[in-house]
Design a protein around this ligand. Structure first.
Ligand code: ZN
Length: 140
């Protein structure tokens, strides 16, 4: 149900923005999804489609999901790198990290200095990048 709660929060914020910007019909919603967000993308997408279908404002909108790559930053040497560049981890571990980002600290080292002390700069969380559609004629 995690995916549904998240989708609900996204749809609510899209409706809020759409109302504020006086959209009469939203045609496209671009959403970024962190690579390390522990959700099932298919369920999330299904939930989104289901929820926007219940809103007159959003029911014609197309959802564009973008997976945001993980960006890690070493606290020891200050260098940044992406999870893709971390080649010394196998697929099983990658999968485990995907669902339990906390685990990453046990498997990933800074490729530059070998430190295990790093932070996750990007790749967690969900954000609405943009929405587009039709607005009423009152704008200039
Ligand atoms: Zn480092």
């Amino acid at each position: 149900m995690h995916e549904w709660a998240l989708a609900e929060a996204v749809v609510e914020s899209v409706i809020e923005v759409a109302r504020k910007e006086k959209f009469t019909s939203v045609k496209e919603i671009s959403i970024s999804l962190g690579e390390l967000q522990d959700i099932e993308v298919e369920i999330f997408e299904f939930a989104l489609k289901n929820l926007i279908g219940k809103s007159d404002l959003l029911k014609n909108a197309e959802i564009k999901l973008r997976i945001e790559e993980t960006l890690l930053k070493c606290r020891a040497c200050g260098k940044e790198w992406s999870l893709k560049e971390t080649k010394n981890i196998d697929e099983d571990v990658r999968e485990a990290i995907h669902f339990l980002p906390e685990l990453s600290h046990s498997f990933i080292r800074c490729p530059y200095c070998g430190s295990m002390d790093f932070e996750i700069v990007k790749g967690r969380g969900v954000s609405v990048d943009s929405i587009s559609g039709e607005k009423d004629g009152s704008e200039n």
